[in-house]
Write a protein that binds this ligand. Sequence first.
Ligand code: TXE
Length: 519
Amino acid sequence: MWARKSAIAPLRKNIPAVRAAAVDNAAVAKYTDFVARSGVRINNYIGGRFVAPVAGNYLDNVEPATGEPYSQVGDSDAQDVERAVAAAEEAFAGWSRTAAAERSRILLRIADLIERDIEKLARAESVDTGKPLSLARTLDIPRAASNFRFFATAILHTETEAHVTDNLALNYTLRQPRGIAGLISPWNLPLYLLSWKIAPAIACGNTAVAKPSELTPMTASMLCELCDEAALPAGVLNIVHGTGPNVGAPITAHPKINTISFTGGTVTGRKVAEACAPLFKKVSLELGGKNPTIVFADADLNAAIPGAVRSSFANQGQVCLCGSRIFVERPIYQNFVDGFIDKTAKLRVGDPLEPTTDQGAIVSKTQLDKVKFYIELAQQEGGRIALGGSAPDTINHRCRSGYFLQPTVITGLPVSCRTNREEIFGPVVSITPFDSEEEVVAHANDCDYGLASSVWTQNLSRAHRVAEQIHTGTVWVNCWLLRDLRVPFGGMKQSGVGREGGNEALRFFTEPKNICIAK
Ligand code: TXE
C-alpha cells in the first residue's frame, strides 16, 4: 500500500505539471487528493534534501475526519536530530552573514509561494487536522504567508541603541543571530504556528531544526518544498518528523541548539523547560489557556453573541486562545444563553472538505476522548448540558468513523470546579452569571492559566479598568483573535514564558552585545 521510502520527494518532484496548474482548482484538488490518499511517506528535510529517518521507521498519519491512516510520517530519533544539527551548523556560517536584504528577499518569495499554493496547502491542512477547509483557506494558510512577509520586512527596519558616556566612550548595541534554534510546534494550527517560529528565527540569521506535531506533519513538509523553490540555502531550515520523546526531547537536550521556541501543552512545556535549564538555553513557551469571555449587561449582543460563539468554537475549540469560560452579567444572562445556544445550534458539523461545514473533526481519538471525559465530569460537578454533548446526528459516509463532536454548552457549574479550571481544548464552554465587576474579575483571575481574555461592554472606562485587572497576556475588547503581528503575544502563569511577535520575536532570536569604545 505504501509508496517507496522518501516517496514524498520523487512524488512531488515528478508532478511539476500540477504546480503549474495550481490555478486550476480541479487539478489542485486532484493533486491533493492524490497526495493525501496515495499513501505518501513524509520524510525529514535535512540539508536541503528529503531523507528517510536513519532507522527507517514510520508512523501512520491518520485523517481525523475518517479515523483512517492516509499517509505515513517519519518516526525519527536522535540520530536524525544529530544530522539536522550538523546541517544547521554548517549553514549557519553563511546564513548568519547573509545581508538582511537577501534574507528578506528569500522570505518574501516563500510568502509568495505559500499564497500561490494556498488551495493545495489549505486542503492538505484540512485533511491533516480535521479543520474545515474554509478555515484553513481563510485563517491558517494566509497567516503563514503573513508570518513570513512580516518578518521579511521587519528585519529591514530594525534600529539599534547607542549610548554616549560623557566624554569617555561611545556604546552601541549589536543584536546578532544566536545560532541554531529548536522550534517545536503543535497540531492545532500546524503551518500557522510553525511559520510563526521559523520566519523570525531565520529572518534574524539563525538556522533552525524544527519539529511539527507528529499528528499533523503534512504542511510542514510542503513548506520545505516551497523553501527549496525559493532557493533558501540548504541547512538553514531542517525539519525532523517524529514524536515528542524521540525527536522533541533530543532537540531540547542538544548542546548545540541554544534557543528553544515551543508551543504546546503546559505539561509538555514544563518538560521542555526542565530540559533546557541545565544547558542555559533561551526558551520561549506558549502553552495552554482557560480563557474567560466576560459579557457585561451593556454589551451589544448583536456583536457579543456571534463573537462569543466564534471565540468558543473556532477550529472546534482547539485554539489556545479560545474562550472556554463565559461569564455573563445576571440581568442579561438568560437572554444571552438563549441567543448563544440558538446561534451555536446553527453551526454545521460535518466533513471538513465540504464548503458548508463550520465544525470539522477533533484532531485525534485521544483528544476526542479527553473532551468527552470533561463533558462527563461537568455533569458530575453539577453542570447541565444545555446543548450538544455527543456525536452529531448525521455525518456523511466518508466520515462515519471520524472524530466528531457537537459544540457543547454547559450551564449551572460552580465557578471553581475542575471543568472550569482545566484546559479541555475542544468544542466545550461553560456559561456562568455574575453580579458585579469585582466578582467577575476575581472569577476570571481564579485560574492557573493567563493567556487571553475578551471583554464585551460599551462602557469604555470599564473596558480599560477591567482589562488592566485581568491576568492574561492579551485582552480583547469587543472583539476576538484580532491580531496585529507587531504586538507582544503570549501568556503568564501556566500559559507560558516570554512573548512572540514583533520586536519581542526579533529580540528573542538575537543576542544583544554592548560594544564600548573609549574616546
Ligand atoms: O501537545 P504537546 P499535545 C494543549 C491542549 C492539548 C494538550 C496536549 O490542552 O490537549 O496541550 O496536546 C512535542 N519534548 N495544547 O499532545 O504534547 C509534540 O510532539 C519536546 C495547547 O499536542 O504539548 C508536539 O510537536 N517536545 C497548545 C508539541 O510538543 C515534545 C496547542 C506539542 O505537543 C515533548 C496544542 C517533549 N518531551 C495543545 N513531548 C497551544 N498552546 O496552542 C511532546 N513534544
